[in-house]
Design a binder for this molecule. Structure first.
Ligand code: FMN
Length: 512
């Protein structure tokens, strides 16, 4: 039987893997002079200052019942992508860090608000200016119908009045990470989605993610230069204070084409080629359309491993405090850990991280979304290399989310190997545990076409953000890692070779 050629997403993944033999030759010197500014400017438009709405009335802020919409939006945007720290760099300039982490601190994402018309946000397009925590209204006409058409009439936009669009400026990341930047851009967006999901819960919104949209139409709607920028995800914001916006879940991911007939693509062109090849022009979801199928897209226990050591992960849930006040504080104070001590975390801490990330239905009584939108979690697997967790044998484990157990696949302390696998980053070596999100790319492409590459990385980033926040709440250190020797991860840790490694999250005791 003739073998099926790899699709463009598989080809891109293969071509952008890091290998010990080629990484040095492939990496160009970084030209720091070329680093793009991670802020977008609008020369024309009316500015809405959101700063006065950061405090609620009891704290002396301007918000009252009438302006509660602005208060909620202001908090939502701050907790999603607002500036949360300023760091002085060696050359004396300031680096601003945000509520969401970003690979290399490059922040390729931009956030837009699209309004159908609400008491405080007249219809139009708004860009979130995080430096001034304001919105600039750069287009002041009705655009909702065009948004609905661009999102193939997703039911999530029928009764809602506000939507977020996350877009990316590719060069902000590709300047440094070249073709592999595409992976990081979508992982970053996933982290942002994690913040948006939780910040919405804090502010009485329910975010409905829309990953299937006509790229060209949305880019045009937002006046993006589609050679430089692109829409990545749309989120309909259902206002939970309005009964009509209490919407059922809808499908988030639509399938696209599988491209197997592509030319020889030179280095430096892969990112752009993959992005164009994964755009949607029409809704190809078939008769089921946007209908949400509860039996699909859920986390599954893919690897059974009957004779291995199994450890139950059932544990008390993290308590986020009265009215979730600790959640907001945690989002605003989250930082990526820069070094670990190498000391152990406890099994109880590791289990709490897993519980918050993969068992959201345990958080009903705390008012969190029990089934937040992902694109398709049934495609994502989790493996954990344990180096120092008190009460848990060292080794590599598969995490079975439904059975809620860790299933041991290798017995060994992998510290030395993890250091190497993470491109020599000490974070990998000194972490107490290193978690890997993986997916069978071939299966994903069969289900959603090449566009699955976007969905997988956003879902891995979204899970990563929940892991980050849980770790911070437990006073653990945490950091994502998107640079690793792909194939060696599978080989060394015993992760099946069909599993493409998407993303790494490290945890441990942070060095202060
Ligand atoms: C997708 C992704 C990949 C990352 N990869 C690495 C990495 O390989 N090494 C590292 O030290 N930090 C990594 N980070 C952390 C970023 O460097 C960090 O988010 C950024 O410097 C901003 O700082 P903050 O997270 O404290 O806000 C990553 C973060 C993300 C979201």
């Amino acid at each position: 039987m003739p073998s099926v050629p790899p699709s463009i997403a598989q080809h891109y993944h293969e071509r952008t893997k890091y290998h010990p033999e080629t990484i040095a030759a492939k990496s160009k010197d970084i030209d720091w002079e070329q680093q793009p500014v991670p802020f977008k400017e609008y020369k024309i438009g009316a500015s809405f200052d959101l700063k006065p709405y950061l405090k609620n009335p009891s704290q002396g802020g301007e918000a009252d019942r009438d302006s509660s919409e602005l208060y909620r939006l202001s908090r939502l945007l701050l907790c999603s992508y607002g500036l949360t720290a300023k760091v002085e760099t060696v050359d004396g300039s300031s680096l601003y860090l945000r509520a969401a982490p970003s690979a290399g601190g490059l922040y390729p994402a931009e956030i837009y608000i699209i309004s159908r018309g609400t008491p405080h946000l007249p219809p139009g397009l708004y860009n979130y200016q995080c430096r001034t925590h304001s919105l600039v209204r750069f287009w002041d006409s009705q655009v909702w119908q065009a948004l609905q058409a661009g999102c193939f009439w997703s039911p999530a936009l029928e009764n809602t009045k506000l939507a977020i669009a996350i877009t990316t400026v590719f060069f902000r990341s590709s300047w440094r990470y070249e073709d592999r930047a595409y992976r990081r851009i979508f992982l970053d967006t996933g982290h942002l989605l994690g913040n948006i999901e939780l910040a919405c819960a804090l502010n009485d919104y329910r975010p409905h993610a829309i990953g299937g949209f006509a790229d060209a139409a949305i880019n045009e709607l937002l006046y993006l230069d589609s050679e430089q920028e692109g829409a990545i995800c749309i989120i309909a914001l259902a206002d939970l204070l309005d009964i009509d916006q209490n919407l059922p879940k809808t499908r988030t991911a639509l399938p696209g084409n599988i491209a197997t007939n592509y030319p020889k693509i030179s280095e430096g062109q892969l990112l752009g080629y993959l992005h164009k090849a994964t755009q949607l022009e029409s809704d190809t979801s078939g008769p089921e359309g946007w209908k949400f199928d509860e039996s699909e897209g859920q986390l599954e226990d893919k690897y059974n491993l009957p004779f291995c050591t199994k450890v139950s992960t059932v544990t008390p849930s993290i308590h986020w405090g009265f009215k979730l006040e600790n959640l907001e504080n945690t989002i605003l104070k989250r930082r990526s850990t820069r070094a670990y001590t190498g000391a152990s975390l406890s099994l109880r801490e590791l289990l709490a991280l897993l519980d918050f990330t993969y068992q959201p239905h345990h958080y009903t009584d705390q008012g969190l979304d029990t089934a937040p939108d992902y694109f398709d979690l049934s495609l994502i697997e989790t493996f954990i290399a344990v180096s120092a967790v008190t009460g848990l044998e060292e080794g590599c484990y598969y995490y079975a989310p439904k059975a809620q157990e860790l299933r041991q696949i290798r017995f060994k302390n992998f510290r030395k190997e993890l250091h190497y696998l993470c491109l020599g980053q000490e974070l990998g070596r000194d972490a107490g545990a290193v978690l890997f999100h993986t997916a069978d790319l071939k299966k994903g492409v069969e289900k959603y076409g090449d566009r699955v590459y976007r969905y997988l990385h956003m879902d891995a980033g979204h899970l990563g953000q929940r892991l980050n926040l849980a770790a911070i709440q437990l006073r653990l250190g945490v950091s994502g890692i998107a640079g690793f020797f792909d194939d060696l991860v599978n080989e060394v840790l015993g992760i099946p070779t069909d599993e493409a490694v998407l993303y790494i999250t490290t945890f441990g005791k942070a060095r202060s």
